[in-house]
Design a protein. Structure first.
Length: 404
């Protein structure tokens, strides 16, 4: 296999699939580009079919998996993690038929995951991670391929290479991406579903949430690239985001995983027209209510909605923490609202950096300077106080009459 470094290319990742490979002659048909798959034996515009009922892998003319020879029934090669897939590590499989007669061949270990390298029509190279096992537990885990056409290359196990942009599309459902990004790689979150990042990435490229929800649960403090959340898209999670982050107008920030603490090592800008949603279910930060930690400059903007389905208890809630050496705050929310079944969208009133609301004999005070919400009981006069006030009023009336 070639040891040359892969060239920069856009890489499309399939997301984690875990497709079962049936132990029959139908197998699982896969269209690499679209992610469409079928186990009924219907040969739509497929690229590869893995099955157990005889030969192990059948491929269309647009999909050439790595084999030890260029013969149609050559043994499939199991690439090592990090091997480069390019023109020197793929072979013509004689029109796209044939396969390993025992499915595993001599290079795969039953039940142990490995990588199949492939070339799509147009010179797009990629890898497929599989677990081949005749016991019936075989899986197609996931795959990725470059889109450069003719000159690209991709290393197995890596979602993308240096200088590339990976697009994770959750249009067909939510998924978790366990792969870490590194070097100057960038990430685009597309699709209406939710993508969860659990790995500790170190990339310096940008992250763009163009639609759907991106949950960051890993420690990405070493990922220095800027993060942008577009209108209609959402950012959440309980991890650490290293790059300066901007929630654009129409974008949403919803920290935690119901609830939790989302940490920003750098600046956080809440643009005018953005939405910040925080949940409060109790008094413990990160467990019962959401928190946002900012290590750089926090710029307030847009609307803040505090949601609770029960009356929030008396106490202090540290919603925003920006007490680090480089932390600061500026700007103003345009509105703060109490929401949930316990509230009727009660709005706060602003007085400088302080916002106040009174609901059900409780005062709610949020300070933009401290980042704290303080809930206290409203002072209600005792009956004796009312009697005293009534007496003073009567006395005042008598004195006024005497003067007349």
């Amino acid at each position: 296999m070639s040891s040359a470094l892969p060239v920069a290319a856009d890489v499309l990742y399939s997301n984690l699939q875990d497709l079962s490979i049936p132990t029959n002659f139908d197998g699982v048909y896969i269209d690499i580009e679209s992610g469409t798959n079928d186990t009924s034996g219907t040969t739509f515009d497929w690229d590869v079919n893995l099955f157990f009922g005889g030969i192990g892998v059948v491929n269309s003319t647009g999909f050439q998996p790595v084999r030890e020879t260029d013969a149609g029934n050559g043994t499939l090669s199991n690439l090592a993690w990090g091997d480069t897939v390019n023109s020197s590590s793929t072979f013509d499989s004689s029109g796209g038929t044939g396969g390993s007669t025992d499915h595993l061949g001599s290079t795969f270990t039953a039940g142990t995951e490995g990588y199949i390298g492939f070339e799509l029509t147009g010179g797009n190279y990629g890898w497929m991670r599989v677990v081949l096992d005749g016991s019936g537990s075989a899986l197609v885990k996931d795959w990725a391929y470059d889109t450069s056409g003719g000159t690209g290359a991709i290393a197995t196990g890596n979602v993308l290479q240096s200088g590339s942009t990976v697009t994770v599309d959750s249009s067909s459902g939510s998924f978790t991406l366990g792969s870490a990004l590194s070097n100057d790689q960038s990430l685009v979150k597309a699709g209406s579903g939710t993508t969860t990042l659990n790995a500790a990435s170190t990339n310096s490229g940008t992250t763009t949430v163009s639609s759907g929800m991106l949950l960051v649960n890993g420690d990405n403090s070493a990922a220095s690239g800027a993060v942008t959340v577009a209108s209609g898209a959402s950012l959440g999670g309980s991890g650490i985001i290293g790059g300066a982050t901007t929630i654009q107008s129409g974008g949403f920030l919803a920290p935690g995983n119901s609830p939790g603490i989302l940490t920003f090592s750098d600046d956080l800008t809440l643009a005018s027209g953005s939405f910040t949603n925080m949940e409060i279910t109790g008094s413990t930060r990160g467990t019962d209510y959401d928190g946002i930690d900012v290590g750089g400059a926090l710029t307030y903007g847009g609307g803040l909605t505090l949601t609770s389905n029960t009356l929030i208890g008396v106490g202090t809630y540290n919603l925003f923490d920006f007490t680090g050496d480089n932390a600061s705050e500026s700007g103003d929310f345009s509105s703060i609202t109490l929401s949930g079944t316990a509230y009727a969208s009660n709005a706060f009133i602003q007085d400088g950096d302080v916002w106040d609301a009174i609901v059900d004999n409780q005062t709610y005070t949020y300070s933009q300077v401290t980042g704290n919400l303080v809930v206290a009981t409203t002072a209600v006069p005792e009956p004796e106080t009312f009697a005293l006030l009534g007496g003073l009023l009567a006395l005042g009336t008598v004195m006024l009459r005497r003067r007349r």
